[in-house]
Design a protein around this ligand. Sequence first.
Ligand SMILES: Cc1cc2nc3c(=O)[nH]c(=O)nc-3n(C[C@H](O)[C@H](O)[C@H](O)COP(=O)(O)OP(=O)(O)OC[C@H]3O[C@@H](n4cnc5c(N)ncnc54)[C@H](O)[C@@H]3O)c2cc1C
Length: 535
Amino acid sequence: MSPIRSVAVLGGGISGLSTVYYLTRALPRHVPITIYESSKRLGGYIQSTQFVLPSAHRNTGDDHVLFEHGPRTLRVSKRVSSVNIFDLIRRLNLIDELILVPKQSRAAKNRYIFYDGRINMIPYSVPSMLQFYFSQPLFRGMLLEVLREPFRQNRPKAAVETNDESIGSFMTRRFGPRITERLISAAIHGIYAGDINLLSVKSILEYLWKRETTWGSVLPIWKRRTTLETKDPYSERHKEHLKALLEDNKEFMDSLQGTSIVSFRHGMQSLVDRLQEEVLKSGNVTVRYDDPVRHLENVVDGITVTSAKGAHTYSHVFSALPSRTLAELTEPPLAELLRKIPSVSVNVVNLFFSKPRLLPVTGFGYLLPKAVPREDNPERALGVVFDSDAVSRDHGEGAIPGSFQDSVDGTKLTVMLGGHWWNEEMPVKQHDKAIALARQLISRQIGVNETPVLAQATFQENCIPQYVVGHHANLRAIHEAVLAQFNGKLILTGASFLGVSVNDCVYNARIAVEDTVARNGKGISGLEAKALYDY
Ligand SMILES: Cc1cc2nc3c(=O)[nH]c(=O)nc-3n(C[C@H](O)[C@H](O)[C@H](O)COP(=O)(O)OP(=O)(O)OC[C@H]3O[C@@H](n4cnc5c(N)ncnc54)[C@H](O)[C@@H]3O)c2cc1C
């Protein structure tokens, strides 16, 4: 008899739902699977809402606009996590729902950084690099910094001893302050909403860390013949997965060749809704909504999950909860280690203006780097997404016609406020205050002064985990502690550990399930992909 007799999955975000999806494919139908979700819906931070326009702005009775309160796009790349999510999308029959943003479209090519009082375009090709270098203040003084990189001094003693370093320190050492504070900090704001001086280069920019370890620099073209040393036991596995996924999805992946990012006509919520529908079809999945988990206890025949509505024992428990939540349910030393993964909050402000083409430029949007002084960013903004350009509107140049999320034309923006800026300041949680700040920002920076016909602010508390310096060592310690305290019956997945993007969350859930099933439910933490080796 399989030791996997019953499974609880804690948390019904994309990580939890994907875990359940892969479990239903891997386990026999008689194994019951229970999802515990503290709220009344599944999806976690993935949430899309269709708002009906006020009557004065409607052409038809149900004219609507779609707002994303969390993630809005998925990245298309050759990475296994990206190909895997398209495999999932195909299996869920969601291909016709996709909005493809071609690499050659302005939405994909035109990305901006606000600096020196204006928006500066980021180069998308070698000729554009030369053109922008001389015309945009953002790049002033950077050429020398790049040319000096291969000759910069190697890793300092402190970074060697801790075997990690902050992105800020690493990049300043390699390239100097301009590239670090103007470009790198902006990119990090766009993904992690985090502080480059706290986040780990080893965990977030692993390939750069490895390059420096192997080549002594990150750019030396002439040294690239030496392959990067890797003792990663999972790298072969990822390669095999990738090969199989590419074979299974050849036609679909070929059709995505010229695509940069994708979204869905009915929003990212489609992914959650179809996953939910699919897992419920299997007949052995139960969802316990509105039932927050309060405690986990290791018992002889499994783990007892105590939630608001009762206590039940399962042979195996997958946690897809944020690490700080799991810390509240467990005992030290595991709980202490889980608390070492902090997170930041973001206020997501969605705005819709009835007038189309209000923006001074076309593109994906702009980011605000650390180099912008406080007086130029009193709103503590991280960036602005031009949604009506980025995913919703067909703006020519090969975009798929008719791929609208909204039934009317207009200008749609999302302003992201907060993140690490609120480490030292009070976060703005209030709906109206956040909208007022967002409007103040876009009025000053891009001259949008109109009154929005729809405005929505969503305070996303502790929504993005921060992989701070020492994250990798902490993962290894969590791996040991979870095995010691739960004997391989508690498996960890979710954005707190091995990657924050939706693609990563889904792929890591798949790996956690495959490992658990392959080893018959014995001796797995879910963190093996990183915890079993150092680099
Ligand atoms: C504003 C924003 C924009 C983003 N943009 C992108 C993007 O464009 N592309 C991209 O790839 N990624 C993006 N991300 C990242 C990505 O969306 C998240 O990392 C991912 O959705 C996290 O999923 P998760 O399931 O791990 O966690 P969560 O979504 O946090 O799910 C955890 C679930 O657990 C539930 N829960 C909490 N406590 C308990 C408890 N005690 N008992 C039971 N249930 C509980 C919660 O209600 C929730 O449903 C973005 C994130 C944010 C916040």
